[in-house]
Design a protein around this ligand. Structure first.
Ligand code: NAD
Length: 344
């Protein structure tokens, strides 16, 4: 069962208002980006445009400069410690808006209303908040739970297909590390055939259970980083050279390359690895990765937040439906796996 602060809603406008009435906040600010202001805020049928703060969309805006504008707006609007920030957006806004609220006046309440598949199935659960710093993703941040996460799959209707596909990578990840039967179900379906409501519930329940058991990522929670050692490094590198890559696309490559390493170590059978690779490529296609990219990724992997004593500690699948964390891998294994991806 998901915790009390998570609500699956059929009527987000009514459920939000009910929650706000119950809490009796001194005032609220509503944080949106330039897309969610158009596509999602109207679905909440509110009559409080003057409370709305609009920030630019995208990972490029997930930085301290945008936080400064948010803190300025909260200050200008005289929000006190009994106020609440309602964040309506994808993972970028959820991470950053939650971070702004959790640090403003040493922390005020915030509500997450995630509007992308990635945010609904992953980013809005588990209390990790933060921003990017220089080339490092999510380098500055805190752990803090929202007062409420309001989930409504209807927001996905306006989401561009590329963003839906990107979010699917985290859903795939949850099945690969935790539920072989669900993997069998989704891997027989195309993107269009997926049942998002069921999959969001599945992901939320799975991630809530893991993060409840290990909120500060001392052990078990690390499995949620499957695909992210190589995926994050690749994403940071491609973004720093100006290439457009979505988080989920990078995670998808991470799942294939880290799967390749798991197979080489005898943790994943060839047939399981083949089915993982074939399905992920069928959904995400292939991204071109050059020899230079591979060398840069190998350097960045050495900076991964999960490393210890200069050892690269990765999550590897232990068969489909199970995973091991803190598994040491070498830079050479990362290079070989990326060369394999280039040629597969
Ligand atoms: P995003 O927040 O950038 O949203 C993607 C795009 O879709 C944006 O342009 C946004 O404006 C637009 N958009 C959002 N909802 C829309 C809707 N309903 N209709 C139309 N357009 C809409 O990207 P994302 O993929 O949601 O999130 C990625 C971020 O999530 C990354 O920064 C990543 O680090 C973070 N993340 C955090 C966690 C965590 O545990 N906190 C987990 C995974 C990922």
């Amino acid at each position: 069962m998901p915790p009390d602060n998570i609500l699956f809603s059929k009527d987000p406008a009514a459920d939000l208002q009910l929650f706000l009435n119950r809490k009796g906040y001194s005032s609220i600010a509503i944080l949106v980006d330039n897309n969610t202001s158009k596509h999602c805020y109207p679905l909440l049928k509110r009559d409080d445009k003057s409370n709305v703060i609009i920030v630019p969309s995208g990972e490029e805006a997930k930085n301290i400069e945008t936080c400064v504008t948010v803190w300025e707006e909260l200050t200008k609007r005289m929000l006190d410690r009994h106020a609440c920030v309602v964040v309506i957006g994808g993972g970028v806004l959820g991470d950053m808006g939650g971070f702004c609220a959790s640090t403003y006046k040493r922390g005020i309440d915030f509500i997450l209303i995630p509007t992308t598949l990635l945010a609904q199935s992953d980013a809005s659960i588990g209390g990790k908040l933060g921003i990017d710093f220089k080339n490092f993703k999510n380098h500055i941040g805190v752990f803090q739970e929202p007062s409420l996460t309001l989930l409504y799959s209807g927001f996905l209707k306006s989401l561009p297909k590329a963003e839906l596909t990107s979010g699917f990578a985290e859903v795939i990840k949850h099945t690969l590390i935790g539920d072989r039967a669900m993997w069998s179900t989704i891997s027989k379906r195309t993107l269009e055939q997926q049942d998002w409501e069921t999959l969001i519930k599945h992901s939320v329940e799975f991630k809530s259970r893991i993060t409840h058991e290990d909120p500060k990522e001392k052990g078990l929670r690390k499995i949620l980083n499957a695909g992210h050692t190589i995926g994050h490094a690749l994403e940071s590198h491609l973004l720093s050279k100006g290439n457009r890559v979505l988080h989920g696309e990078a995670v998808a490559i991470g799942l294939i390359t880290e799967g390749f390493i798991a197979k080489a170590k005898g943790l994943l059978t060839k047939s399981d690895f083949d089915s993982l690779r074939n399905y992920i490529v069928s959904i995400f296609g292939k991204i071109s990765v050059s020899k230079d990219d591979i060398e840069n990724v190998c350097e960045l992997v050495l900076q991964d937040k999960k490393n210890k004593d200069n050892r690269i500690l990765c999550v590897l699948l232990n068969g489909i439906g199970d995973a091991k964390w803190d598994y040491e891998i070498s830079v050479d294994e990362v290079r070989t796996a990326l060369e394999y991806y280039q040629s597969c």
